[in-house]
Design a protein around this ligand. Structure first.
Ligand code: MOS
Length: 739
């Protein structure tokens, strides 16, 4: 089915099941520990041996020699495979760093060996016996030091954000020079780690030439293709299976070393092999959100109207990598006739930088929305009014291109009222409660809405139940549930009559989970398959399909009513289709919007910042399940607090690695850090987006939060910290004396 004209009314609009805040259908499996994650799939392959991955101990150079004699002779060891045993493997289409093979070391903790043994402890023990001799080469590990050599580079995150290397509208420099009020500031964000709960893990088994991997992946079709490409085997010989995933945040979008080394280990051992990347390996072996240095210039008239806006971002990556698309939202968020964005890339020898939840917008808004707060203060305007004055209903670079829906102003107004924004003092540092300095901050949230081709198969059984199969993944987001809701709505069934099977490359290729495109895109694919199934049912029952109504497990037309299952017969009735998209995404700018509000208290003596209250007001199309959507948004808000106040991979600039490579050293918020979170969804449908009239929401929740926290810290203390995260050492010696 092709979606190339705006949606009109369709069965989803009934909202009997879709749009209801139903519990997750996989909830009982998760809460009873019976949803098996990749490492726990003990039943899928017989005789599973344990693999242990060894990472390189240098940041750049070559492996000169590896002595594996002791490891091979160690108790329980079945096989040892080293990177010197084979030439460099192929590279998947989505990969930047090479994953295995050959002597060259591109980054610290690049995989250099896998040891397979009867037990995990034996594999780990033997891995420690491998003696590796390296030839170290000087590496480029310091982003600021490499900045002078950085080159302009365009980028597309593949997740809805992107920008040309340089993008100009009007005459930025001229308008900025003329502006009555200006700002020119530089902001920085650190390298960050996804820090998902479930580590990267894979069980691999060969049957002749056929390889099956039970793994933890957001994107089944990409993973299958890239594993085949890496190993140099046909994609048809690879099966990828990933039904339950303990978080990904972009870290599991692409093939990683766990799947490759489980496959190589299993081949060498002649046994199925299971392995997980240990927590310390994840920070340096996989990918991370790259650090940015962002310069923002804004010029405005005294009336607060922006006349000139420029956003330039620098980030680093390995050779063949891309810059972080941190300027993406600045092309679309505010009006202004004279505009400039630029992306620069410095080549670094740190581990691969890549997508992490809302790549581009998350760090980009941390800078832009702090700059907007600073600019409002210079103009003597309320920061909400300043944003409202500069709202635009069209793409500011292409005035003929409207937004499909844009309710940013409504988000900000409703948020201001519900949060009690009028209690904020415009002068910072005014509100004290004992030793605590209290402040309010806000920011706009923005994230593009991407739609992706997505397929599904639906099968009607004789008992009137339906099974949906698609390679869509549920990374903790609620995919199982919204897919079941979609099929139930379309077929006129209660939710419990629908079974959903996900994450298997034997199923039709879906959008996968990424870029907040999964919810809307995958359900649209299920919609397409259900439309086909409805037609097939109507034909079988001799109904005119335009007239047939599907409700209460019956198919009705005129005065006839037949149980749905009757159309299935003994053999069942199957339909498969995919949703594809025309050019609506080019003709209209599709984005999602939020107003983020935060109250913080900063301790006047210690500089400790505590978030007290948070509110997100979101405009993101139809909300398919308010309960799972809220869960996505509060999770993202929590991640935004982490980015603002604590998350930072500390770079060892001499040896080129991330030092705090575990959850003791890499801090993320815990429940006690987040006392009160509220989410409001505006009542919105977006018929330009898909027949579901939904949009993405899973990343909108993080977009803008970091700046809202930073702006609240400023409002509390009068101290502006432009270098994230805002840890207490950056406030401590500047805090006001308490009387
Ligand atoms: Mo993407 S960072 O997996 O949503």
């Amino acid at each position: 089915m092709k979606f190339d004209t705006p949606a009109t009314s369709n069965p989803i609009d009934q909202l009997r099941v879709v749009g209801q805040p139903v519990d997750r259908i996989d909830g009982p499996l998760k809460t009873t520990g019976t949803a098996p994650y990749a490492y726990e799939r003990h039943d899928v392959a017989r005789d599973q041996a344990y693999g242990y991955v060894l990472g390189a101990g240098i940041g750049k150079g070559r492996v000169a020699a590896m002595d594996t004699a002791a490891a091979k002779a160690a108790p329980g060891v079945i096989a040892v495979v080293t990177t010197l045993d084979m030439p460099r493997l192929g590279k998947g289409e989505m990969n930047t760093a090479f994953l295995f093979g050959g002597a060259e070391i591109q980054h610290y903790h690049q995989a250099i060996a896998v040891v397979v043994a009867e037990s995990f402890e034996q594999a780990r023990d033997a891995a420690a016996m491998i003696r590796t001799r390296y030839v170290r080469e000087p590496g480029r590990f310091d982003l600021a030091a490499e900045a002078p050599k950085a080159q302009l580079a365009s980028a597309d995150s593949g997740e809805g954000s992107g920008a040309p290397q340089e993008d100009r509208t009007g005459d930025f420099e001229g308008a900025f020079a003329q502006a009555a009020v200006t700002l020119d500031e530089t902001y920085s964000t650190p390298d960050e780690s996804h820090a998902m709960m479930e580590p990267h893990a894979t069980i691999a088994a060969w049957e002749g030439e056929k390889l099956t991997v039970w793994t933890s992946s957001q994107m089944i079709a990409w993973g299958r293709r890239d594993l085949a490409k890496t190993l140099g085997i046909p994609a048809e010989n690879v099966r990828f299976d990933s039904p339950y995933i303990g978080g990904g945040f972009g870290g599991k979008l692409f093939l990683r070393a766990d799947a490759v080394l489980a496959a190589l280990g299993a081949k060498a051992a002649g046994r199925s092999v299971k392995l997980a990347l240990t927590r310390p390996l994840i920070a340096n072996n996989t990918t991370h959100r790259p650090a940015t240095i962002q310069r923002i210039r804004i010029g405005a008239g005294r009336d607060g109207r922006i006349t000139a806006i420029a956003h330039e971002s620098l980030s680093g990556d390995l050779p063949e990598g891309q810059p972080e698309t941190a300027v993406s939202q600045t092309r679309l968020l505010y009006a202004g006739a004279n505009r400039l964005t630029a992306l620069r890339l410095a080549v670094l020898d740190l581990p691969e930088g890549n997508s992490m939840r809302a790549p581009g917008e998350a760090p980009g808004l941390m800078a832009l929305e702090m700059a907007m707060d600073e600019m409002a203060e210079r103009l003597g305007m309320d920061p909400i009014d300043f944003r409202i004055v500069n709202d635009t209903q069209v793409d500011p670079e292409h005035a003929e291109r409207p937004f499909s829906q844009r309710q940013l102003v409504q988000c900000l107004r409703i948020g201001a009222e519900r949060f009690g924004w009028n209690r904020r003092s415009a002068t910072p540092g005014q509100r004290r409660e004992g030793q605590w300095l209290v402040g309010l901050g806000m920011a706009a949230g923005f994230r593009n809405n991407l739609v992706m081709k997505s397929g599904a198969r639906v099968r009607l059984h004789g008992n009137g139940a339906v099974t949906v199969e698609t390679d869509m993944t549920d990374i903790g987001t609620g995919s199982y549930t919204i897919i079941a809701q979609t099929a139930a709505e379309m077929m006129g069934l209660p939710l419990e009559k629908v079974t959903v099977r996900l994450g298997d490359s034997d199923f039709p290729v879906s959008s996968g989970s990424g870029g907040q495109f999964g919810g809307n895109s995958s359900t649209a694919g299920v919609y397409a398959a259900c439309v086909k199934l409805r037609e097939a049912v109507a034909r079988r029952l001799g109904f005119n399909s335009a007239e047939a109504r599907f409700e209460g497990g019956q198919v009705r037309a005129g005065n006839r009513s037949v149980p749905l299952g009757q159309a299935a017969g003994e053999a069942g009735l199957t339909a498969e289709d995919q949703m594809e998209y025309g050019d609506l995404a080019e003709r209209y700018q599709q984005s999602t919007f939020a107003g983020h509000f935060v109250e913080v208290a900063v301790h006047a003596a210690t500089g400790e910042t505590r978030v007290r209250r948070m509110l997100a007001v979101c405009a993101a199309g139809r909300i398919l399940n308010p309960k799972s959507a809220r869960s996505q948004v509060i999770g993202a808000m929590t991640m935004g607090v982490g980015a603002a106040l604590m998350e930072e991979l500390a770079v060892d600039k001499r040896h080129g690695f991330f030092v705090n490579h575990d959850l003791a050293g890499y801090e993320v918020p815990v429940h006690a850090d987040i006392p009160h979170q509220e989410v409001i969804f505006l009542d919105e449908t977006d018929p330009i987006s898909s027949p579901m009239k939904a949009k993405g929401v899973g990343e909108l929740g993080i977009c803008g939060v970091g700046a809202a926290v930073a702006n609240a810290v400023y409002n509390a203390t009068g101290l502006r910290v432009r270098d994230y995260p805002i840890t207490l050492d950056k406030l401590l010696d500047r805090l006001p004396e308490l009387a």
